[in-house]
Design a protein around this ligand. Structure first.
Ligand SMILES: Cc1cc2nc3c(=O)[nH]c(=O)nc-3n(C[C@H](O)[C@H](O)[C@H](O)COP(=O)(O)OP(=O)(O)OC[C@H]3O[C@@H](n4cnc5c(N)ncnc54)[C@H](O)[C@@H]3O)c2cc1C
Length: 341
């Protein structure tokens, strides 16, 4: 341990939330360090779906893999297709987006320390194997098992689990399959990319254990004739236990703050939106964001609906079938399921 260097802001985690926050601060002239434990930026277990109302409309076209104006929604009792003029969801490659965001951060003047895990945090210092760094502001953008959150003693009880395979081939449709008999309050998906698709399932861990979720996904994959021979599953958690984002000179962003949707697992846009809000709040402590307030309202609504569905499987069936019928007859818009407005 040789160096102690001071930064205006230290961001832990170079995911979409951390990089968005760091770039905005550096563009305003702040001295920012981002510490990332992975050597490569953008590696993340993810289906890679971004909503139009969230991130998709702000991305350059070359970063979009496949846009989908139609969403195929299946359940035990119904099959429906939701259509919009704009692509409702587009798929992106997390590694490409990660590199694009990292390039922007570096151009803005961010110091990016990759391949370096933060092992300890004190009131004024971040400790890594290669050095100690002091800060005025600390941003925890370190995902669903956040060390910053744990250091703040904030518990994490509400957690979702996602498991998926990246299956080679050409898949024409973006599919959601809601069936409480299989996935309780969760769902299975097919999210097509350029030459493959993310085929997976997501559920609230309180409703379905990761092991059972994987078994149910395998049954579903078999029934739908999708070949996963020789492929390895990837799984990760999604924190949706939101308990605040601003704690003195420490902030939480994205999954670290529990801002992903407990209902759908959508977390990229909440990470970017909260990263932006944290940066603007550090620059101007009086800053208020209507978009971020709207995101928190949506998050609360998604959590409430999930809690209602979690009561029992019969109740979940009634609610989810009613939800699909409401989408089908245009009583509610697909945007109600998205985290953006
Ligand atoms: C199977 C699955 C599918 C999903 N599909 C979608 C989807 O289609 N669309 C969507 O919007 N969301 C999806 N999500 C959720 C989404 O991936 C996350 O919500 C999103 O990545 C959160 O971004 P973030 O910036 O908060 O954190 P992350 O992207 O998790 O980034 C956190 C970063 O912090 C780093 N880090 C952690 N601890 C340390 C440490 N101690 N020191 C240094 N670095 C550290 C990590 O290496 C990581 O790079 C999915 C999740 C799963 C599990």
């Amino acid at each position: 341990m040789t160096r102690t260097k001071h930064f205006h802001t230290i961001v832990i985690g170079a995911g979409p939330g951390g990089l968005t926050c760091a770039t905005l601060l550096a563009e305003k002239g702040m001295d920012v360090l981002v510490v990332e434990r992975n050597t490569s930026i953008g590696m993340k277990v993810c289906a890679g779906g971004v909503t139009w109302s969230g991130l998709a409309r702000h991305l350059p076209e070359e970063l979009i893999e496949k846009p989908f104006n139609r969403q195929y929604i299946h359940s035990g009792m119904q099959k429906t297709v939701i259509r919009e003029t704009e692509p409702i969801i587009s798929t992106i490659n997390r590694e490409k987006i990660g590199k694009w965001m990292a390039d922007k951060a570096l151009k803005a003047g961010v110091t990016l320390l990759s391949g370096t895990a933060v092992t300890q945090i004190t009131d004024s210092e971040v400790v890594t194997k290669s050095g100690r760094y002091t800060f005025r502001y600390l941003v925890g953008a370190d995902g669903s098992n956040s060390l910053v959150r744990r250091t703040l003693n904030i518990p994490t009880k509400r957690i979702g689990v996602g498991v998926h395979y990246q299956v080679p081939g050409n898949f024409p449709k973006m599919i959601w399959h809601l069936d409480p008999d299989l996935f309780k309050t969760g769902y299975a998906w097919v999210f097509p990319h350029s030459n493959s698709a993310s085929v997976g399932a997501y559920a609230n861990r309180a409703d379905l254990s990761p092991k059972t979720l994987k078994e149910k996904l395998h049954n579903w994959i078999k029934k739908h004739d999708i070949n996963i021979n020789g492929l390895k599953p990837e799984a990760a958690t999604v924190n949706f236990d939101y308990r605040g984002w601003h704690f003195g000179n420490t902030f939480l962003v994205g999954d670290a703050a529990g801002l992903a949707s407990g209902l759908t697992g959508e977390g990229i846009y909440p990470a970017v939106c909260s990263g932006e809000t944290v940066a603007k709040t550090i620059i101007d402590p009086g800053y208020e964001s209507k978009t971020f307030t709207g995101l928190i309202k949506k998050h609360r609504r998604h959590t409430r609906l999930l809690s209602l569905c979690s009561t029992n499987t019969f109740f979940a069936k009634i609610i989810l079938e009613s939800l699909i019928a409401a989408l089908r007859f245009n009583i509610i818009n697909f945007k109600a399921l998205e985290m953006g407005d």
